[in-house]
Design a protein around this ligand. Sequence first.
Ligand code: C2E
Ligand code: MG
Ligand code: MG
Length: 688
Amino acid sequence: MSKFKLLPNQGDTLDPRGLLSRYILALGLILLLIVSSHLAAVSTVSNIKRSNEVISESANQKARVARIQSFAEMAAKLRVEASSDRINAEINELERVHKMLVATARHSTALREPYLQGGRGPALDPVMRKFIADARIVAALETRSEDAQAALQRIRIASNRILPAALQEANEAHQHDAKNHSNDLTAVQNVTFVLALLVLLVEAVFIFIPAHYAVRRAIDQLSAKTQNLSDAHQQVEQRNEELEQLRATAEHDSLHDSLTGLANRRSFEREIERLSAEAHETGGSVTVLHIDLDRFKEINDALGHAAGDYVLRHVGDVLRDTAAGDDFVARIGGDEFVIVRSGQRDRRELEAVATRVIELLSQPIRYHGELCQFGASVGIGVGIACESGSSIDPSRLIANADIALYRAKEMGRGRFEFFSETLRREVEEYKTLSDELAMALRREEFFPVYQPQFDAVTGRICGVEALARWRHPERGEVSPGVFIPIAERLRYMGLIDQAIFEKSIEDLETWDTLGLDVPTLSLNISSARLRDPNLAAFLTSNAHPQGRLVFEVVETMFSDRFDDSARHALDLFEELDVKVEIDDFGTGHASLLSLLSLNPSRLKIARELVAPLPHSPSHMKLVAAICEIASSLGIAVTAEGVETEEQRELLTKLGCDRFQGFLFARPMPAEAFVELVSKTNGTQALSA
Ligand code: C2E
Ligand code: MG
Ligand code: MG
């Protein structure tokens, strides 16, 4: 319950709405003061007025007394009755006024004395009553009567001696009384004035000052609230600005790559959509150059992610510098970038951009003293909107550039490719085969065919090379030229080699049991298989034909790097009496020194070098040189891909002691090979 308090305590907040009751109280007090002062004044004034009337009446009494005496004297003189209407009226008036004055005197201390008690002379009231009674006697009787004479005599005495003094005293008393009333009025006015001052003081202390403070406090609170509100408003505005900035940063971040500062994939997709729509309007074109770094993973693995980041930033800078003003450059994946150009469809111009990018990105850079050697492949997709009124499908355009890039990578990296429909079909087929390859391994669809090798002198079969084939459920027999690149990419080559290895060893064992004379079995071995730690374990734990097993390694396998694992495998081969031959010799870039360190038992001159013989003098010279070096190093030479008699004769002359080629026999299934060996070499059982 709220209590009404006149003075608020320190710290109390007076509700300005409560002020109304105080103002009403103040007004009430002032009103009360005015009304009471007015009533007091009115009553005093009326008293004064009455006093004045009384004074005048009191003064008139003297005259009436005189008039009554003179009436009485006149009647006595004329010896007539004094009674007349006039004297009676005078007496009545004298009596009425006297009674009225006495009634007034009874309530006034100042008048009581002259009227009722007697002051300087006898009291007026009994004297006047006597006079009136005498006057009535005089007026009622014959003036000659004794009573009338006596009454007249008393009248004379009273009106001449007693009454004037008594009336004078009464009159003075009335004047004194009037003065008292006037003093009362002054006193009332003074009291009212003092009271008014007091009320005002009280109101000032208890109402106006607290009200003033309350109003001031309310105003202060209001201005504080206004200040707070404006501060809050400012804060809200500031927060809004911050939010706006955050939103802008978030939007920028969501569309940019933080590492390179280039646009990101999301932004790229938006841009492609926008440019495609624009091209549709104008009938223009949009080109996407999809750039993928070569050997970036190696930098990351070898030098760490900081080096990788450094390279990516460098690539970002290079692309920014290479791109034209209107080009859009983005990083859309780990080491994938794009340059998008609109309106440009001149193939040579686009080639120039791609060539420049590849050239600049093939230049090595240094990171903390370490050389970072990488490169770039570029796939180019061009979307043209005007043809047959069709529009560009942005996602298709991106996919096309991707396909072209895929091909560029397949074709050996550090190059660019334009997208074409033929390319799409090839790549799609490539992808389908990739999917099928994994299943092929599980379904054991890989098997060896055999191509015999012939002794240059005797013409006998002196060995056989196992060549892998894929028995595809729909496509039939698929050759290694098709599946090996895919298998290498998918890292399945080691598994395929293992499968072929196991099957051909099995076949060799069968041939041995059949008594066929197959002196050596050559197996092609991939780089993955050579470096596979399981190979050593497999060879050591599984029986293999001692001294008859040959691994063909391609020259290119050693031109890249010849590491410890390869060295270790080769040492093991030597230990296990497994021979090593260098296949496709003359196509790679291996130095002779590194080839010597392999300690090969044989070189196989590549088919590519044999094919142009004997018509190409340069090939003639090259093959002759190879044979000469091999002979000087004591290494035997096989010529592969021999297709003509001329080639056979020539190569025999140059020193090749073994031949392999369609001239002699094509690669064939195991059964056919059994037949051929039986025919050519006979069986040991037969020869025995
Ligand atoms: P390669 O080891 O040099 O095998 C010889 C290739 O030349 C075979 O092709 C064979 O069919 C072909 N050829 C032989 N004589 C002639 C000829 O007179 N004229 C022509 N035009 N070609 C001839 P294929 O079977 O297609 O094998 C291609 C390559 O695939 C092989 O070359 C070898 O490097 C690789 N390869 C085959 N099988 C395997 C395998 O099981 N493992 C590994 N790692 N590689 C294999
Ligand atoms: Mg081979
Ligand atoms: Mg070969």
